[in-house]
Design a protein around this ligand. Sequence first.
Ligand SMILES: [Zn+2]
Length: 346
Amino acid sequence: MLVVVYDEGYLRHETPANHPESPNRVLSALSGVEGLAEVIKPTVNVDLIEIAGLVHEYHYVEYVTSLCATGGRLDQDTYVSKGTCDALSSSVNALATAVNLLKSGTSHVYLPLRPPGHHVGFRGRALLAPTQGFCILNNAAIISSLLLRGGASRVAILDIDAHHGNGTQEIFYNTSRVFYISTHQDPRTIYPGTGYINEIGVGEGEGFNMNIPLPPMTGDDLFKVALKPIENALREYKPNYVVVSLGFDSHYLDPLTNLNLSLSSYIEVFLMVKRLIDEGITEGSVYIMEGGYNTDVIKQGSRALAMISNDTGAVKIEDHTKTSAEVVKYFNKMIEQHKALFPQYW
Ligand SMILES: [Zn+2]
């Protein structure tokens, strides 16, 4: 059964009225898994500064935690409230709890936490992005580091948020122990403006950073094409664990983005990850909530994740979306470079 690690602390990070990243997102995820998951509170208490320091520079973490005393903001998009440090503490406790669950054999863990994290690099803004895009600590990066510290040899991060995870890419760009794989809207058309195909990693990390940009209005049919090299890469890499940066903003109803995916694409990802676990390619998966600003999509998507993790049979929530011939042409032209760089996965 899917195990959800929830803590009220996630709700205490406050943003201004009408800010898309609101506590309701967490409540929607919870209502989606109701009756379908084991919901637990974090079972361990770790030190926020020490755990955040696994991937972030000390001065950045100190700065953020000092802002919690008064409230303030890190940039025009990213706010810190007096309760933000409660949310961050709850999040790192949940990450450490998830590591224990995975190591003791739980296959599917879901952390519907906030604030999100994948845009934060070593010291906040990553790779020249204009802002931190609502993110404060990089939860996916922290849990990957915890898993490596706990004995894993390889971790894959699959990031299906509509925005590129520039922070996660920055943090693991020169290592082969974390394979960062991201699908996202074409960086020429959306924040943070990174995530091009030729960003493949450096040094030991060369070949272990894989970006698959998607043109605006990409539908489920085209996403399925993009998922094939991803599954092949994961099968060859054989990560001990798969960390999914689960952003629900690739959905067509999302107010901030321009992709045209339905929940069918999310279901394809959940099924793929489950297949890899069932076949013994990887031991377990942890889904970490990133973006996604339509609360009904978060609810229905979380419900689909629970149903698939629990093996409750066929899940169909929405009709598939189709991509126009013009957009397919745009994708095919762009993706030639990917096929040249990663021919073994196509
Ligand atoms: Zn996003």
